[in-house]
Design a protein around this ligand. Structure first.
Ligand code: NAD
Length: 424
């Protein structure tokens, strides 16, 4: 093992073998670990190295299909990339329980992104605001000039907002440019526009431009979904009432809302990742939207219909793209988009909202009835079995016995595995 330093000058210039050798020397890895890293991705190393800097391998997350989903009258197979057990099965189960009522109905507010330009050191922010609003036509021209492809596709600059925010460092003028980015998530597109426009804003107002970056609170790109679950299909009126009470808890209490919304994002992020989109952008947008009233709240609502059935609805920002980022470059993302059969980013976003609602219903129903652990137990038990070294047939046996004892713990798994091996 070489001196443990993280100062690896020129690491980015090395080829795959050289980078692995360097990491092996510094981290003191054995040869088997290095081989595992070398063969960790089915993707060509050239592609991995193009996607990120200093690549040394890949990290395979399983992709599975959630079945039974009907979205806006169309049967859709949902590819989901996730490492968490039970997520994919839960969506399929939930979707089955609302097939008879037509599945999920969705809509979206638009495909517009917001880029922010922060203007500082202005003595007259209100006058600056007025001057900027007067220049709307010129601003449109500057922004559209940055992306002729987007404009040709029907996208481009749409609107302008100018806000004045009193910060601790003084008043700042915050300019929002609103851009229809069509089938792109749009971060690069709007960031380029913001950077290009900023010097003109400074020239018109006499202030200084500072930050120029999109907002992940994509509240002009809000996807919605709703569904009805018949009381008779989900265990009766008590279950309906139980889910409504559970949802009320989430809306009232941020401690509960965080977990409630995390459950929604189990589905949304898995679809986001499967399609090569930016999971962090989607997560940030969702949580900021959940807090938009000044209190962190639930992203979904549950009510009892006039017929006594359960209706659920969800609304959250969904800045997903079919082009840009890794969507076009990653072969698995391309395959997943083909499986979905979507023709626009708006359609993908609407499906994602439906998946979020499906995931949420699954978790709420479990929580409001048998508890979450029963469903998780078997798959979780398998992971614990693998973690203690079970292989082949041993995995199923250890998992089954762990689930039976209702103590899915590593020490218990080790004991069961030892018993199985002693028997052989
Ligand atoms: P991009 O710039 O790679 O692609 C978008 C461009 O593709 C458009 O500007 C347009 O010129 C062209 N295009 C071709 N066909 C199109 C179509 N049908 N609809 C729309 N545009 C079309 O990607 P992007 O979407 O601008 O940016 C996404 C990437 O930016 C992601 O990888 C994301 O991770 C990254 N990013 C995110 C943040 C953030 O979320 N805060 C910040 C910076 C970068």
């Amino acid at each position: 093992m070489r001196n443990r330093t993280s100062r690896l000058s020129g690491f980015y210039k090395l080829d795959h073998d050289e980078r692995l050798a360097e990491v092996q020397a510094v981290a003191g890895l054995d040869d088997a670990t290095v081989e595992a890293l070398r063969n960790s991705s089915a993707l060509p190393f050239e592609l991995l190295d193009r996607l990120v800097e200093n690549a040394i391998g890949g990290f395979t997350v399983p992709v599975g299909i959630a079945t039974n989903m009907i979205v806006d009258g169309r049967d859709v197979l949902i590819p989901m990339a996730t490492e968490e057990s039970s997520v994919i099965a839960a969506v399929g189960n939930t979707a089955r329980q609302c097939r008879d009522t037509g599945g999920f109905t969705t809509s979206i507010s638009g495909t517009e992104m917001i880029a922010q330009i922060q203007m500082v050191k202005l003595t007259d922010p209100w006058a600056a605001r007025a001057k900027i609003l007067e220049k709307k036509a010129e601003i449109a021209e500057i922004c559209d000039g940055c992306d002729p492809i987007l404009v040709k596709l029907g996208g481009g600059f749409r609107d302008l907002e100018v806000r004045i925010i009193d910060g601790q460092t003084g008043p700042m003028v915050v300019v929002h440019i609103i851009v229809d980015t069509k089938d792109a998530m749009g971060a690069n597109a709007v960031n380029t526009m913001a950077e290009t426009l900023a010097p003109s804003l400074a020239g018109w107002t006499g202030g200084q431009h500072h930050l120029r970056i999109l907002s992940n609170l994509a509240d002009r790109r809000v996807a919605r979904a709703r569904a009805v679950w018949r009381a008779a299909d989900i265990g009766g009126a008590d279950v309906v009432e139980g889910i409504v009470m559970a949802a009320d808890f989430a809306d009232c209490d941020p401690y509960r809302a965080a977990t409630h919304n995390k459950g929604i994002m189990n589905g949304v992020s898995a679809l986001t990742l499967a399609t090569g989109n930016d999971t962090r952008a989607i997560e940030a947008g969702a949580h900021a939207f959940a807090a938009r009233t000044g209190r962190y709240r639930s992203l979904s609502r549950y009510e009892i219909t006039a017929e006594g059935d359960l209706t659920g609805s969800i609304e959250l920002p969904m800045a997903l793209g079919l082009v840009g980022g890794a969507t076009k470059v990653h072969p698995t993302a391309q395959a997943c988009l083909k499986i979905l059969g979507v023709k626009s980013a708006a359609e993908l976003s609407r499906i994602a909202a439906a998946v979020g609602l499906a995931q949420n219903f699954g978790a709420l129903k479990a929580l409001a009835t048998v508890g979450i652990q029963q469903g998780h137990m078997t798959l979780h038990a398998q992971n614990v079995a693998i973690a203690v070294g079970a292989a082949g047939d041993e995995i199923a046996e250890v998992a089954r016995r762990l689930a039976e004892t209702h103590t899915v713990r590593q020490d218990v798994a080790e004991q069961i595995l030892a018993e199985i091996r002693a028997r052989k």
